[in-house]
Structures are given as structure tokens and as C-alpha cells.
Design a binder for this molecule. Structure first.
Ligand code: ZN
Length: 106
């Protein structure tokens, strides 16, 4: 997660606010909804969903990222980057799927 603060414009009250924190709420089957709240009108926005698989992949990506920094050969570094890319793609698909599944319940 990037530390940089993103400015968001609220759909409801049309005021800007800076995205400083993302809240988590546990749903069924290990799924977590990550969301943020407009400080002006309290409207909730879903940022993304994760499940155990996604969080496991994220942990792997972080670990691989550290390994890349310590990779001694270009070959190894490229192989690690490829793994990170594949895990990221996998996560993107899984998170899209979760979003479709859970957004319809709101
Ligand atoms: Zn608002």
C-alpha cells in the first residue's frame, strides 16, 4: 500500500477528501472488505475485497520483492520479477471476481 495520500471526490456530497486510511471489515469465508469513508457525509466506498488466497499472494509478493533486492544475478532477479508479475495477475483476477460477487450484495 502506498503512503501517498490520494485526493478523492465524494459522489454524494461532492467534497474532496484525502484518502488517509482504509478500513477493513470481515465478511463470510475469510473475505475482507476494504473500504473508506467520506469524512463529510460518512458515505462508505468499497476499495477492494481480499480473501485468504489474495492475502497469501500479497504476502508472497512482499517476500519476493525483498528477495529481488538481494538477488545477486540478473537471471535470478528476472525470475523473481516474473513470479511477482504472475502472482499480481492472479490477485487481480481474484479481486475482480470478489468485487463482482460481493458488490452485488450491497
Ligand atoms: Zn461525502
Amino acid at each position: 500500500m502506498e503512503a501517498q495520500h490520494t485526493m478523492v471526490n465524494c459522489d454524494d456530497c461532492k467534497q474532496d477528501f484525502s484518502l488517509t486510511s482504509i478500513e477493513q471489515k470481515k465478511l463470510d469465508n475469510g473475505v475482507e472488505r476494504n473500504y473508506f469513508i467520506c469524512p463529510h457525509c460518512q458515505r462508505q466506498y468499497t476499495a477492494f475485497y481480499t480473501n485468504q488466497k489474495v492475502r497469501r499472494n500479497q504476502a508472497k509478493i512482499t517476500a519476493l520483492g525483498r528477495e529481488v533486492q538481494h538477488a545477486t544475478t540478473l537471471n535470478k532477479s528476472n525470475r523473481l520479477r516474473k513470479q511477482i508479475e504472475e502472482l499480481s495477475e492472479d490477485n487481480k483476477r481474484e479481486m475482480d471476481r470478489l468485487k463482482r460477487e460481493f458488490d452485488s450484495e450491497e
